[in-house]
Design a protein around this ligand. Structure first.
Ligand code: ADP
Ligand code: ADP
Length: 228
């Protein structure tokens, strides 16, 4: 699903945020990308999410070498195949949970009624069937993040990328979000979760550890049968 080889990212000004990263993520994996603040996790997520291009090295997403794609093709690939979840939810204020989720289908070509029907199904899937009409300010933090996850997966992307999805949540809500990601993964979604929280990372079957822009560990949980 994802193949990085020798990926380096230097920002203008000379900061090397990633230095020679090799990473393979297979279909149906659930992994944590874990490391301290400033280690390059967000940069890695941006590159895997095709939001940014590497300075050197190759990036393949779902069989496409991103270097061969124009910015426009890359946007299309991203819109159809990749879902994003962020620490700060990024919901549209004043808009119902259902319409927030339907935003995830804006580029799907589906008519509005079908988008809203699919959004309702996705909200049901994240346990918020009774919160369709609630606007973000009427939802708890954990509920907002579940709406954001529903929006990210409503178009059935190949890959879900979550950047500190539990970072703004209390531990019980964070736990529920991790449970939800496990559930989506068992239905087939490939999911990468960025976290600086070792306890969150320990809950996931694979941990890729990043430090100073390099992969310093890649551990699979031997207790997890799905990883074999
Ligand atoms: P993490 O997500 O692990 O906190 P980042 O990927 O955000 O790490 O940052 C890695 C390094 O790259 C840091 O030294 C950071 O200061 C630097 N960096 C991140 N984004 C930029 C940018 N847009 N321009 C310059 N330097 C950046
Ligand atoms: P938590 O303690 O999990 O953050 P809250 O105490 O904020 O939850 O909310 C409890 C319940 O009340 C939630 O199910 C939420 O949907 C609902 N709720 C919270 N704020 C509002 C509001 N302003 N209007 C309507 N419902 C709300």
């Amino acid at each position: 699903m994802v193949r990085l080889a020798g990926v380096t990212k230097e920002y203008p000004g000379g900061v090397a945020a990633l230095r020679g990263v090799d990473l393979d993520v297979g279909e149906g994996e659930l992994l944590a990308i874990v490391g301290p603040s400033g280690s390059g996790k967000s940069t890695l997520l941006h590159i895997v999410g095709t939001l940014d291009r590497p300075t050197a090295g190759t990036v393949e997403i779902a069989g496409h070498d991103v270097a061969t794609l124009s910015d426009r093709s890359l946007s299309a690939l991203r819109a159809r195949r990749i879902g994003f979840v962020f620490q700060a939810f990024h919901l549209v204020p004043g808009v119902s949970a259902r319409d927030n989720v339907a935003e995830g289908l804006l580029y799907s070509g589906l008519p509005r009624a079908a988008r809203r029907a699919r959004a309702a199904e996705a909200l049901d899937r994240v346990g918020l069937a009774d919160r369709m009409r609630h606007r973000p300010h009427e939802l708890s933090g954990g509920q907002k993040q579940r709406v954001a996850i529903a929006r990210a997966v409503v178009g059935e992307p190949d890959l879900l990328l979550a950047d500190e999805p539990t970072g703004a949540l209390d531990s019980a809500s964070g736990e529920a979000v991790i449970e939800l990601l496990h559930g989506l993964n068992s239905e087939g979604a490939t999911i990468a979760v960025i976290t600086h929280d070792a306890q969150i990372a320990d809950r996931l079957p694979r941990q890729v550890r990043i430090r100073d822009g390099q992969v310093v560990g890649d551990v699979r949980d031997v207790r997890d049968v799905r990883a074999t």
